[in-house]
Design a protein. Structure first.
Length: 226
């Protein structure tokens, strides 16, 4: 509970200090694994760019669709009503003006067993484009809110990836990264559902691949940067 309060306070403080929109990031991937598969590998990093004045409306709408404070698209698609909820969530996003930005690598190098090299390249390309802004698409982003990974060593890698971009002057020094659980920030559900929708275009050949059709018109692709 103390950790949750600290993270909520940290996030609230970051929002107060941030000018312009905030980007929420999540991923979906299939890493090379000699036991499972070394084919059909990919890494998808998705950002959804949200303006401050739209945050509360989006949070409420997402919670209404999910029917509660928990959402994970992979779990939802395995449930009876999850397909419709997923479509509704994508439709809700498509009704707004939020830009969706995707960096993806297909395939992942077969020596990149944990896909961390692909993650780094996708994050670098994504962060650089978000910070730069794209005229008519999104304003420069100063705050990147990233779904926090469970293992400390992976969280440290994500911080290092960001710090390297600052040190290399690839992004402005005031560009911040915060890692937080979706349980504390429901807006992280947005890149989760978009990542899964795009993933299905790579992994499925049935009607589930049409999920991406709902939001494809507001998706912008950027190149990974090694």
């Amino acid at each position: 509970m103390r950790y949750d309060k600290t993270m909520r306070d940290t996030l609230a403080e970051a929002y107060t200090r941030t000018r312009g929109p905030v980007a929420y990031l999540d991923e979906s991937y299939q890493a090379p694994d000699p036991v499972i598969t070394t084919a059909n590998t990919f890494y998808i990093f998705t950002a959804v760019v949200v303006h401050h004045e739209d945050m509360d409306e989006l949070r409420k709408g997402l919670e209404d669709i999910a029917g509660g404070r928990y959402w994970h698209t992979r779990d939802a698609l395995g449930a009876t009503k999850g397909r419709q909820q997923t479509e509704d969530m994508l439709g809700f996003l498509a009704d707004g003006s939020e830009a969706c930005v995707i960096a993806h690598r297909v395939p992942v190098d077969e020596t990149d067993h944990d896909a961390e090299q692909a993650r780094r390249a996708c994050y670098r390309g994504m962060a650089m484009e978000l910070a730069r802004g794209a005229e008519g698409k999104w304003d420069p982003v100063e705050l990147l809110v990233l779904e926090q990974r469970n293992q400390k060593n992976f969280r440290n890698k994500d911080r290092k990836n960001h710090s390297e971009l600052v040190a290399e002057a690839k992004i402005p020094r005031h560009t911040r990264q915060i890692q937080v659980s979706p349980s504390l920030e429901r807006l992280l559900w947005l890149p989760d559902v978009v990542s899964m929708a795009f993933r299905r275009t790579l992994t499925h050949h049935d009607r589930t691949s049409t999920l991406f059709e709902i939001v494809k018109d507001q998706v912008h692709f950027v190149q990974p940067v090694d």
